[in-house]
Design a binder for this molecule. Structure first.
Ligand code: DX5
Ligand code: ZN
Length: 217
C-alpha cells in the first residue's frame, strides 16, 4: 500500500504572499507542493511560469510537483528540471510523449503523465513502464474550485489494476475538487497522491483540512 501524500495546489494560494503561503502549507502538513503551469493554449487559463515556480522552490522545503498544462511541454521542459522533483505532462499535448518522459527522467526528475476527463484511460496504457506517477484529472484542467467528476474513479480503479498486473509501482495522483469526502473515495479506488487547492487554501484551519484528506478509510 503506497503512503498517502498530500500536495496542496498553489494555484489556490495568495500569490502576493507566496513565500508565506508555501510555509503555511508546509506547516499544515503538505508532503509536496503542486504547481499548475498553464499556457492559455492547452487550457483556456494562463497561470504562471518558471519564475513563479522558482520562487516557490526557493521558499519550499518539500518537493515541488509541477503539472504542465501546456501544449509544448518538451520545448519548455529544461526551464523546470532544476526546480521540480516531479514533472507531469499531458498525454493530450503536442509532443512525443515517450521522448518527453525519458527527458524528464534523464534530467533527474520523476516523470508524471496526466490525462484529462474526456481522454480514455487506454491512451496512457502503453506508457505505464515509463512513468513514476499517473495523474487522473478529476476536473477539466484550467481552473481551481471546480466540482469533482465522480466518473473519473473508474480510471483510478483501472490504473490500480494495471499497476498490480504489471508489477509496477507508480503513484496514482488525483487532481481537482479533492476534499475530505472525495479524497476518501479516490483512496478507496487506489489513488495515493491528493492534489488539493481550494479545500486547503480556502480553509480557516489548513492543518485540519490536510489531516481530513488523510483520514483513515
Ligand atoms: C486544475 C489544476 C488543479 C487545481 C486544483 O487545472 O490542475 O491542480 O488547481 O484546485 P482545486 O483543488 O481547487 O480543485
Ligand atoms: Zn494540477
Amino acid at each position: 500500500m503506497k503512503s498517502v501524500l498530500v500536495a496542496p495546489s498553489l494555484l489556490a494560494s495568495d500569490f502576493s504572499r507566496l513565500a508565506d503561503e508555501v510555509r503555511s502549507a508546509e506547516a499544515a502538513g503538505a508532503d509536496w507542493l503542486h504547481l499548475d503551469v498553464m499556457d492559455g493554449h492547452f487550457v483556456d487559463n494562463i497561470s504562471f511560469g518558471p519564475a513563479f515556480v522558482q520562487a516557490a522552490h526557493a521558499a519550499a522545503t518539500v518537493p515541488i510537483d509541477v503539472h504542465l498544462m501546456i501544449s509544448r511541454p518538451d520545448h519548455y521542459l529544461t526551464r523546470f528540471t532544476s526546480i521540480a522533483a516531479n514533472i507531469t505532462v499531458h498525454v493530450e499535448a503536442e509532443h512525443d510523449v515517450r521522448k518527453t518522459l525519458a527527458a524528464i527522467r534523464g534530467a533527474g526528475c520523476t516523470a508524471g503523465l496526466a490525462l484529462s476527463p474526456p481522454t480514455n484511460i487506454e491512451a496512457v496504457h502503453s506508457y505505464l513502464t515509463q512513468i513514476d506517477l499517473l495523474l487522473v484529472m478529476t476536473v477539466n484542467p484550467g481552473y481551481g474550485g471546480q466540482s469533482f467528476i465522480p466518473e473519473m474513479l473508474a480510471k483510478v480503479e483501472q490504473l490500480a489494476t494495471w499497476r498490480a498486473e504489471l508489477g509496477l509501482d507508480f503513484h496514482i495522483e488525483v487532481d481537482g475538487g479533492i476534499n475530505a469526502s472525495t479524497s476518501m473515495v479516490c483512496r478507496q479506488a487506489g489513488a495515493n497522491v491528493l492534489v488539493a487547492g481550494s479545500s486547503v487554501f480556502g480553509s480557516m484551519d489548513r492543518a485540519a483540512a490536510v489531516a481530513e484528506l488523510r483520514k483513515p478509510i
